[in-house]
Design a protein around this ligand. Structure first.
Ligand code: AMP
Ligand code: MG
Length: 328
């Protein structure tokens, strides 16, 4: 039987031309010599280093200005490589079969080969197989798992194109592979499957509902405080544009207070903003959010008013990013 993963790998071959292969080869060499590389995934652009090389991984934290207790996601090109960094269980294998390659990071007990710095000092590590031809080929050619957070300065919106990576952290990387704009636009879902029940540590590209449908059990949400303990990254302010962002599910006139304001959402605002961006649906809202935040920053608007999406499907991840961008 041909698995979903094998099927996707066949499709990927057609997506990469000769020139790109050479670029990926160079990038793989950089990874092996302990340097950082910017590369596309289906979610956002990543800033990668050899996950097994503590010195290389340390450079990621320095380049991003990322707190060292915020663990990184380890990118692999197949299940065998995943097994070399974490201990798999039946539930993880089942989810990998269904959702990999794809935006689902699985938190599992880490093997000793994974340096502490890669996992922010935790006993677990997050692994995922990205649904992007360039990312997978990069990991395959390097032959080592690649630790990669989003390729932005810590706290800023994640980059969804190569130019933004260069603008944000260009001085820290010698290569940024340009794979065009990313497909999903929000980061992966982080699901802890190391314990008895699956726990959603961060909503993302694969929805809670999709996971529940596959597993036939409820996915738990960590209660306040527990999320921070289990997934330190959720503690930090994230995705913030340089101007304030406020959320609304209705009227916005009281929020803008005479300022030049920008509206983002899927319906029309009640009043006339300085900049208006209306998305076709919640998927497009999610895909374009980070790019649009950076565009609005440069538009002269003084405040962003964002419509709150319904908390179903990708809407849950979108709302999570909006809330964090607002600094609530
Ligand atoms: P980023 O690299 O910015 O996409 O963030 C990665 C996210 O995954 C952060 O929220 C981390 O806290 C989370 N994460 C990575 N590894 C683990 C782990 N071992 N346990 C819990 N959360 C993790
Ligand atoms: Mg990030």
């Amino acid at each position: 039987m041909i698995t979903r993963i094998e099927e996707r790998l066949e499709e990927y071959k057609a997506e990469i031309d000769e020139a790109m292969i050479l670029e990926i080869q160079q990038a793989a060499q950089k990874i092996l010599s302990g340097e950082l590389v910017g590369f596309p995934t289906e979610t956002v652009y990543g800033l990668g280093a050899n996950a097994l090389d503590a010195d290389a991984v340390m450079k990621i934290y320095a380049a991003k200005g990322r707190p060292s207790d915020n663990p990184l996601i380890i990118h692999v090109c197949d299940i065998e490589m995943a097994e070399s960094v974490v201990e798999l269980n039946w539930r993880a294998r089942f989810l990998m079969d269904i959702f990999w390659p794809g935006p689902l990071s699985l938190v599992l007990k880490a093997r000793e080969t994974v340096p502490k710095v890669t996992r922010g000092g935790l006993e677990t590590a997050a692994v995922r197989m990205p649904d992007n031809a360039i990312a997978l080929e990069l990991v395959r050619m390097a032959g080592v798992p690649i630790a990669a957070p989003s390729a932005n300065r810590s706290g800023r919106p994640s980059p969804t194109d190569a130019l933004t990576v260069k603008e944000d952290i260009g001085d820290a990387v010698s290569i940024v592979i340009d794979g065009g704009p990313t497909k999903v636009g929000l980061e992966s879902t982080v699901l802890d499957v190391s314990g008895e029940f699956p726990v959603l540590l961060r909503p993302g590209g694969i929805s809670k509902e999709e996971i529940e449908k596959a597993l036939h059990i409820e996915v738990l949400l960590p209660f306040d405080g527990e999320a921070i303990k289990r997934s330190p990254g959720t503690r930090y302010r994230h995705y913030a544009p340089k101007i304030p962002l406020v959320l609304t599910d209705g009227s916005c006139s009281s929020l803008v207070d005479g300022k030049k304001w920008a509206w983002i959402g899927i319906s029309e605002p009640e009043h006339s903003p300085h900049v208006k961006i209306i998305f076709r649906d919640v998927e497009e809202y999610a895909k374009e959010l980070f790019r649009v935040l950076r565009v609005i920053e440069k538009s002269g608007a003084e405040i962003i008013v964002a419509q709150i999406p319904d908390e179903t499907g990708i809407g849950r991840a979108l709302k999570d990013r909006l809330v964090r961008a607002s600094g609530i």
